[in-house]
Design a protein around this ligand. Structure first.
Ligand code: GLU
Length: 478
């Protein structure tokens, strides 16, 4: 036997990780083994290679769309553009979507798509061609449609890509009344909804606020009070990281001590003005060299700074066996999908940290996607019917109360009470309630089961139970 010790290589395959997480939780659920297998398995994956003209030549692109679960329809999940996209990654992300939707009671199955492409290397026109061709491939195989599979933005895609997808679908389905509901995360003028852009980041904050309402849970971390003054590091200044950071900074009075991006980290223990950082990035094209903060070359440096809360909001496998001992945060808020490897999580939990799992914490995006889809099917903006009558009724009630008490309310307070919710108000309200309810559900699972010691397992248990019930009531499993 060779005595040479081989360094243990950490398994970073997200599909293995997600399945392991599932198995660990499934032990706590009393369901038939066959049913558990059915819940866990990814139903189908479409893999396609297609050519797109880039300049004077044609380039071949690889793309996927995985459908994890059909227990509810349509299936839902983003499309990512990245060179790291693989079939296993797409399958794992589709599974996470299934569990995520169950946790926040959004009636969809999970799906995910990806194109192997580095968007930064292509012009807008070329990206449009790639997106339209990919959409056409999805249409051909019925991997897109308001009632079957509804994509959304993910890493490397945004409103612009969603508009191209919606338009391509519309071209192939002339006269289709519900065509706009074939994709979410669209620009407002193309059937999008107010509040989708900030939804994931804001969902993270609504969840964190709820976590801080349970002071007893935080005592052992030495964290008390609200988010005010708490030191926060954020990895990723994209759609999710930016809105999470700016809400914490502008509304909660938290101190954003570090922000990391693909090309570096900016760090200032005294706090970074997030609005000014966004302006700096807009002007210079990068967060690097933001005045008053120290710039370091590695985007992962932000994971290791002194802070109370760490929000990884970029990609998977960021907190690993390699850097886990350098992570100082007491709360890891997984705004990204799969940012913490199991080995790193085990270590952090042992150290007493709280890990708020992706399948709960970043579910705000798909929650508001659900609102957008439902708005598209109803063909009417939320709040359109009831805003005015609500304002009139509350106004009359106040008039009557003022008449009886012979006192009048200050104008500002009156306005706040009378104000009827517009679409954004309603979306935010629905999102907040969803995140709070989901957290209470997961926390309750953990409180009731002595053997469940972490929120991820509790979240999986909650998801597996709901999906299991759904299959059982379909009558498939006796
Ligand atoms: N891509 C987002 C996620 O991972 C949003 C998915 C959606 O809105 O369908 O949750």
């Amino acid at each position: 036997m060779a005595t040479r010790k081989r360094a243990a290589v950490e398994d970073l395959n997200l599909n293995h990780i997600v399945n392991d997480q599932f198995d660990r939780a499934a032990r706590h659920v009393k369901l038939h083994a066959g049913l558990l297998e059915q819940i866990k398995t990814c139903s189908n994956v479409y893999y396609v290679r297609f050519p797109v003209r880039i300049g004077k030549r044609y380039e071949m692109f690889e793309a996927w769309r995985a459908e994890h679960s059909h227990h509810k329809k349509p299936l839902k999940g983003g499309i990512r553009y990245s060179m790291m996209v693989t079939q296993d990654e797409v399958m794992a992300l589709a599974a996470l979507m299934t569990y995520k939707c169950a946790i926040v009671n959004v009636p969809f199955g999970g799906s995910k798509g990806g194109v192997r492409v580095r968007p930064r290397n292509y012009s807008a026109e070329q990206l449009e061609r790639i997106t339209r061709r990919y959409t056409t491939e999805l249409i051909k195989k019925e991997f897109i449609g308001p009632g079957v599979n509804v994509p959304a933005p993910d890493y490397g895609t945004g409103e612009r890509e969603m508009a191209w997808i919606a338009d391509t679908y519309d071209v192939f389905h002339p006269g289709g009344l519900d065509n706009m509901a074939c994709v979410t995360g669209k620009p407002l003028s193309q059937g999008g909804i107010n509040g989708r852009r900030e939804a994931t980041g804001l969902g993270v904050i609504y969840a964190l606020r709820e976590v801080f309402r349970h002071q007893k849970d935080l005592r052992r971390l030495g964290l008390a009070g609200t988010l005010e003054g708490k030191r926060v590091a954020v990895q990723g200044f994209g759609n999710v990281g930016f809105y999470a950071a700016s809400t914490l900074f502008n509304e909660d009075g938290a101190k954003i001590v570090a922000v990391g991006e693909w090309d570096g980290t900016v760090h200032n223990p005294k706090g970074i003005d997030v609005t000014a950082l966004a302006e700096h990035r807009h002007r210079t094209g990068s967060i690097r060299n933001f005045p008053g903060a120290k710039t370091t070359a590695k985007g992962t440096h932000c994971l290791e700074v002194e802070c109370d809360i760490l929000i990884p909001a970029a990609l998977e496998n960021q907190i690993t066996m390699e850097n886990r001992a350098k992570v100082k945060a007491k709360i890891i808020a997984e705004a990204a999908n799969g940012p913490t490897t199991p080995g790193a999580e085990e270590y952090l939990l042992k150290r007493g940290a709280i890990v708020l799992p992706d399948i709960f914490l970043n579910a705000g995006g798909v929650t508001v996607s659900y609102f957008e889809w439902s708005k598209n099917l109803s063909h009417m903006r939320f709040g359109r019917l009831e805003k005015r009558i609500g304002e009139m009724q509350r106004g009359s009630m106040l008039d009557a109360a003022e008449g009886l008490s012979k006192r009048t309310l200050p104008a500002k307070q009156r306005k706040r009470i009378v104000h009827g919710g517009d679409e954004r108000d309603l979306v935010h309200s629905g999102l907040e309630q969803t995140m709070v309810d989901a957290y209470l559900e997961i926390r309750d699972v953990m409180m009731r089961h002595k053997k469940i010691e972490d929120l991820r397992t509790a979240a999986y248990v909650s998801a597996i139970r709901k999906i299991g019930t759904s299959y059982l009531e379909m009558g498939i499993f006796p």
